[in-house]
Design a protein around this ligand. Structure first.
Ligand code: ZN
Length: 317
């Protein structure tokens, strides 16, 4: 009997040792599993930020809490974020109404370069954390203009440009696409978050026909207004479309009365500057109308923003 017990113990000893060994290794396996999970999570977040056009309505942003972003409670800040739209006169107009303005552009290697990942992610974090009450974008229309020379796209070859572009032209198209993607991410995140959004581009810009732009405007129920700048004291017409998440944007709408002549914005001035570049600036009158329109929209809009359910950020996608 005793010999049988000894044999049985001897045969189970390796099994027991194996269990003890596995038990001791368990923390290491758990640590490895956590590291792999964190790596997958980081890659998923990175892929989302680098490839997505931004959140759709009702979509939960679990990545935001993973990144340590925290939505603020209380009143939304009276700060206007201008992306590609810095204008000192506009800042002054907003300041007169008690608002601050912050500008971001796409100047290469500058601190506010929206094509830099760090800068872009900071911008998204600021929007998520409700540091801004309104966001206004004037996406550069260089590669989207039907008047650009050379022409890089048309309605048939809208998203990727003409198939026979040179390497430098292809690079311009890619940059234009990335600027648009990042802009749409900003727009979608802001609209998702209940922040007012304003998007401005020439009326004839191919950007308005881009499927992702159309989808975004529809998803967040944008209102559209049209402006011709000759009615705001400019010598040129420059038909412009403005899309916004608030209906008060219609107050800026003003179309040509047809009782005057226009200067054509083509070629360069005597000083060698592109005439279209000068058209990017605003008159004081336009700035005052812009700022009052946004502030009027804000007073009606804050209630909407305040009702956005915070729990949306906690639900997995
Ligand atoms: Zn006119």
């Amino acid at each position: 009997m005793s010999t049988l017990n000894k044999t049985s113990f001897a045969s189970t000893l390796p099994l027991l040792l194996n269990i003890v060994q596995q038990f001791l290794l368990l923390p290491i396996w758990l640590l490895l599993a956590v590291l792999v999970w964190l790596e997958v999570l980081a890659l998923t977040i990175f892929f989302y930020l680098k490839n997505s056009f931004g959140p759709r309505p009702g979509e939960a942003l679990c990545f935001a809490s993973c990144l340590g972003w925290n939505r603020r409670s209380g009143a939304i800040s009276k700060v206007m974020l201008g992306v590609f739209s810095g204008c000192s006169q506009l800042c002054a107009s907003f300041e007169k109404l008690g608002w601050k303005t912050v500008s971001f552009d796409n100047d290469l290697n500058k601190a506010d370069d929206s094509l830099s990942d760090d800068c872009f992610f900071d911008l998204l974090r600021g929007i998520y954390e409700l540091c801004f009450g309104a966001v206004r974008l004037r996406i550069p229309c260089r590669t989207w203009s039907i008047a650009s020379n050379p022409l890089l796209r048309n309605h048939k070859h809208l998203v990727d440009g003409f198939p026979d572009l040179s390497r430098s032209e292809r690079s311009l198209v890619s940059e234009g696409n990335e600027l648009l993607r990042r802009s749409l991410f900003i727009i979608r995140l802001a609209a998702w978050n209940g922040i007012m959004v304003i998007l401005e581009n020439p009326n004839g810009s191919l950007l308005w026909a881009h499927p992702e732009v159309l989808c975004c405007l529809q998803d967040y129920n944008f209102a559209k207004a049209y402006v011709e700048y000759c009615m705001y004291g400019r010598p040129y017409k420059k038909p412009t479309a403005i899309a916004a998440t608030f209906p008060q944007i219609k107050h800026v709408e003003c179309l040509c009365s047809g009782d005057h002549l226009h200067v054509t914005l083509k070629g360069k001035s005597a000083l060698g500057d592109w005439l279209t570049a000068g058209s990017a600036s605003y008159t004081l009158e336009i700035c005052d109308i812009w700022s009052s329109c946004v502030v009027r929209g804000f007073s009606c809009h804050t209630d909407v923003a305040a009702t956005l359910p915070l729990f949306l950020t906690m639900i997995p996608v």
